[in-house]
Each structure stands twice: as C-alpha cells, then as structure tokens.
Write a protein that binds this ligand. Structure first.
Ligand code: GLY
Length: 364
C-alpha cells in the first residue's frame, strides 16, 4: 500500500524541494546537492540504516531490502520484526519483560517520511509484532494511536493471532522481582520535589528499559522509522513510555532526517526529544550534535532530586539515534561507561553492518 502512493508522493516532494531551492531557503548547500542529483537521477541516494545496539541483524535486513528497492518503512519494520520475534531479547516483543502483574504489554510506533503519516499502539497484549499493528493504524485507520484492549481488538480484526508472550526466562525474572517487591517498584509515597531518599528503587540504576529503534534512508531519498518495546520492566499495568509517542520515541521529516530513542521513557516524554533532534538537524546540527543536545536538555530540565545523583546530574540513561537526508548518522547517550554501558549503536552505511560507539554527556 505504501508503494501504491509513493510515486505521487515522490513527485509532490520533488516539486516542493525544487521550489524551496529556487527560493533560496534554509536548506543547506549539501541538501541542494542531493536535491539536484535527485532531479537528475531519482535513485542516487546512498542508503543508510541506524538502530540501537540490539539491532545489528535489523540493519542488515533493512539494508538488504532497501538495496532491493524497498521503501524505507517496509525495510525498518521487517528489520525490527527480527528482534520482536527473538525470545532472547527481553526488552522487545516476544520474551519482553512483563508488567508488575506478569503480563507483557508492548508499545510501538512507525512514521513514514514521504507521506508524513504515523501509526502507533500502546499497552498491547498478546500480539508479538506491535510494529506491524502500528503500521496498520497508519494505513487502515483515520487515527494515529490506539491503546490497550482497543489495540488488541484492532489487531485481531486484521487477523493477528493472540499468543502468550511471556517466556519461561522472563517469567522467572519477573517472579524474582516480585519476591523482592518494593525494592524496585514504581509506586512512590507522598514526597516533595527536593526529596532524595524515598525508596530503594531511587538508589538503583538498574531498571530495565530496553527497546529497539530503527531509522532508514532508502535509495529514493525517503526516510522512515520505527520504535518497538516491551517498555519498562515490571511497570504499573497500562504504563506507556516514549516509544509509541510520535515526537518523543521517534520522529521523521522527510526533508531533514529521522530520530528515535531508547532508555528511560519518562524523561523523554517530558522533552519530546526526537522532534527536537530533527529540528536541530534542520538548523544545521549534525545527527550526533543534535542527539547530544537532546541529552543535555533532558539533564538540564530535570528538577526532581530523586532522579539526580550527588552532583545534580540526571542519573538514568536515555540514548538517541539520528540520520539526516545526506545519510550522515549519529548517536548520543546521557551516560556512557561501565555502569550504563557504552553508547553503542548499529549502523549499515551501505557497505557493511557494524556496531559503532557514539558520544555520551557523562561517564560513570
Ligand atoms: N524507552 C522505552 C520505555 O521507556 O518504555
């Protein structure tokens, strides 16, 4: 279906881009080069696919599809489906860690650059590929976001089969957490913004957010992205993070770039970082610079002492990934180092798939 209206969209975008160039607009000179080469030969873009570090196979698959002529949206969704189906990745899809009642709830969103459309689902139970359902929200409804029971009914109406997503491994981890309950849960007692010591969880750096994000630039120069997750492990049922929220967990502007996130969704929800990253790229920042600005903003905006370390730094991690229309890419996280892991990401630059290291605001 995407493919059906791609041609008309391509023509519209092409006319818009050339019109902008004629008017001498904010788009930088490199963008002009690309647009002019687009004028000569529509398929002259060097494709690129970025993903979080759990997405090495994702970028391989997506790039293979793009090289075979697929639209970037088809490619990135097929790429993340591999991780959604993988029982060993306990942060996404089948095998994801459950909510506090032992039920797996999944969130996902997709965004298609050339048509500027998005679709998402949140708190979806029993369906292992929420990204496919999010895509159907984009294609087959007049809505953008469907949640909970409604999302499940919608998926079933489209032929998705319900299945138990809780693997034995994830159930055992959940049980261990439950048996130690209250050390790492999300229920807070009454407290003030300056309180630092309101529970063991707040001393812990180990909450599990997981997630996979993937953005792609195809050979026609079109951008699309997807984010999919089982969200925060042992969350309060119905909790929705940043992943399915367009502007927070992902964003694309087909004339500029695409961005997405993994990590503590609550911090990103309050900052809408993905749309900010795309806007900073529009203003001329590189993908890496824009991702780092997003990290700084999350850190600087935090006012809650319980979320800060002894030096007043935001103590949880959020990681951002971005590509621009020129095929440049970057990644930044708030924290790098031993405690939080390196700010790694998966990339396919058209030549090979690899894991690279981005930059971090702080090291621990
Ligand atoms: N970033 C994933 C989540 O917080 O749910």
């Amino acid at each position: 279906m995407i493919g059906d209206f791609m041609n008309s969209i391509d023509r519209r975008d092409f006319l818009k881009t050339t019109a902008l160039l004629g008017a001498g607009t904010i788009i930088g000179s490199n963008f002009q080069n690309i647009a002019l080469s687009q004028q000569n030969q529509v398929s002259s873009f060097k494709p690129v696919v970025i993903a979080s570090a759990n997405g090495l196979k994702t970028v391989e698959t997506a790039m293979e599809m793009i090289k075979n002529g697929s639209d970037a949206l088809d490619a990135v969704i097929s790429g993340v489906n591999i991780v959604e189906n993988d029982p060993k990745d306990d942060s996404v899809g089948y095998g994801g860690l459950p909510n506090e009642e032992g039920v797996v709830e999944l969130d996902s969103a997709v965004m298609h650059g050339p048509s500027y459309r998005g679709g998402s689902v949140a708190a979806l139970r029993n369906i292992k590929n929420p990204s496919k359902v999010a895509r159907l929200v984009l294609e087959r409804t007049d809505h953008v976001l469907i949640v909970g029971e409604g999302a499940l009914k919608f998926a079933k109406a489209h032929g998705f089969k319900e299945e138990n997503l809780l693997t034995e491994e994830s159930r055992e981890k959940w049980l261990k957490w439950k048996e130690n309950l209250s050390k790492e849960d999300d229920w807070l007692p009454p407290h003030n913004i300056d309180d630092t010591d309101i529970g063991e969880y707040m001393k812990s750096y180990s909450r599990h957010y997981g997630t996979i994000h993937c953005s792609g630039l195809d050979t026609k120069g079109n951008l699309s992205c997807v984010t999919t997750t089982s969200g925060l492990a042992y969350k309060i049922p119905g909790r929705v993070g940043d992943s399915p929220i367009i502007g927070a967990g992902l964003y694309v502007d087909n004339e500029v770039g695409a961005a997405g996130s993994t990590g503590r969704g609550e911090a990103n929800l309050l900052n809408c970082s993905s749309v900010m990253i795309v806007e900073w790229m529009r203003q001329g920042k590189s993908p890496e610079e824009a991702c780092l600005l997003a990290c700084k903003r999350v850190n600087e905006r935090c006012r809650e002492k319980r979320l800060q370390d002894e030096k007043g730094r935001f103590k949880h991690n959020v990681k951002f990934y971005a590509i621009n229309k020129r095929g440049e890419f970057g990644c930044a996280s708030i924290w790098g180092g031993v405690r939080h892991g390196k700010p790694q990401f998966a990339i396919h630059d058209g030549e090979s798939a690899k894991i690279l290291e981005g930059v971090s605001l702080f090291k621990a």
